[in-house]
Design a protein around this ligand. Structure first.
Ligand code: PLP
Length: 365
């Protein structure tokens, strides 16, 4: 049996009619940027998240960067970022001229550990970016309490957590603003690059929209040195075609995850932990194994696709050598980078495929 790490084909086949008609609609109208599709998707996604404002942007990195910029985080400021994340979280901080300050995750959940955030706060700290990694919310009560106590801004990185909740409330609604990515592989993916910022703050929303449109408040008048980062009409139309099915897609991921959690039984393999207050949307199902590379080759040899999230923690990335971190600075992030293995997780996985993955992992000696 051959099981890919991920495939979008079952999802796309199911929505083929809606996706093709989305294309037809935009093509017939011949209007590609800043139009009614963008507006309609923004309204629908804001409603889905239960938040007031949604601003379509070019991708998830820009979403985070524009949110920080609009919050006036910049030169001389520090921003707290988990050391176990995708590079975009850290780069958003770098792009506004601020310095990312990395902190340890928890080994059980892979998410930022609120207990160590406070020890990393300095006079220069301006914001925290909690990343709801692999689809599970961070411990937001704790994080918001720390932010309030120290007067810090919070920008949630929701790139892997569309629809995930913390105490019944959707992620993206806790901080000052939140960035979502609609990269094709995310739980809600476009057919190309796309992203959005959500916020309840009207002024902030206005600033973000202006910043992403060349800093222009009206045509050929520029109040900021802005960026070009807009959600195009085609991607917005595709996203509108997919959004109504997001909960169903997430529910199916949850069913697969629950089978993995209940049926994978191998003393060499540690399963991910979901904390009580969270409903994960399982962007990634990450297991841990001391012999990760051997397990990986074994699964690949048996036709099972895998991936690693992430093999190099942020503080050891070559591009961040200037920050002066060394190996050993974040033992937990380093441990995750050496032991984490992501196993197949996608809408449309058949029962016999799920069972085959479970069986092969259980047979690993
Ligand atoms: C994918 C991702 C991003 C960046 O999104 P893009 O749309 O690729 O720019 C940011 N943060 C995390 C955690 C991600 O997984």
């Amino acid at each position: 049996m051959t099981i890919p790490f991920v495939t979008f084909i079952p999802m796309e086949r199911e929505l083929e009619k809606e996706l093709r008609s989305a294309f037809e609609r935009v093509f017939t109208r011949s209007w590609y940027i800043d139009g009614m599709e963008d507006e309609a998707f923004e309204r629908a996604f804001a409603e889905y998240c239960k938040i007031k404002y949604c601003i379509g942007v070019g991708n998830g990195l820009d979403a985070l960067m524009l949110a920080l910029k609009a919050l006036e985080v910049g030169e001389g400021d520090e921003v707290i970022v988990p050391s176990n994340t995708y590079i975009a979280t850290a780069l958003a901080v770098t792009y506004v001229g601020a310095k990312p300050v990395f902190v340890e995750p928890r080994i059980e959940t892979f998410n930022i550990n609120p207990e160590v955030i406070e020890t990393s706060i300095s006079k220069k700290t301006k914001a925290i970016i909690p990343v709801h990694l692999y689809g599970q919310a961070c411990e937001m009560d704790e994080i918001m309490r720390i932010a309030k106590k120290h007067g810090l801004r919070v920008v949630e990185d929701c790139a892997q957590a569309h629809g995930a909740t913390y105490k019944g409330k959707k992620v993206g609604t806790f901080g000052d603003a939140a960035g979502f990515s609609f990269y094709p592989g995310k739980n809600l993916g476009a057919l190309g690059d796309a992203g959005t910022v959500v916020t309840d703050d009207q002024e902030l929303a206005k600033r973000i929209r202006t910043l992403g449109n060349y800093g222009s408040d009206y045509k050929y008048h520029h109040i900021y040195k802005g960026n070009n980062s807009r959600l195009d009409e085609l991607q917005a139309a595709f996203l509108s075609a997919k959004l109504p099915s997001l909960d169903k897609f997430n529910e199916e991921r949850r069913r697969i995850a629950n089978r993995y959690l209940n049926e994978i039984k191998n003393p060499k393999v540690a399963l991910p932990m979901v904390l009580n207050d969270m409903a994960s949307v399982w962007h990634i199902f990450g297991i841990r194994c001391d012999e990760r590379n051997r397990l990986e080759s074994y699964l690949n040899d048996n036709g099972i696709g895998t991936n690693k999230h992430y093999p190099i923690p942020m503080h050891l990335q070559e591009c961040y050598r200037d920050l002066g971190y060394v190996e050993g600075d974040f033992p937990i992030a380093e441990e995750i980078s050496k032991t984490e293995l992501s196993i197949p997780m996608y809408y449309g996985m058949k029962d016999e495929e799920i069972e085959y993955v479970i069986e092969k992992i259980n047979e690993f000696k």
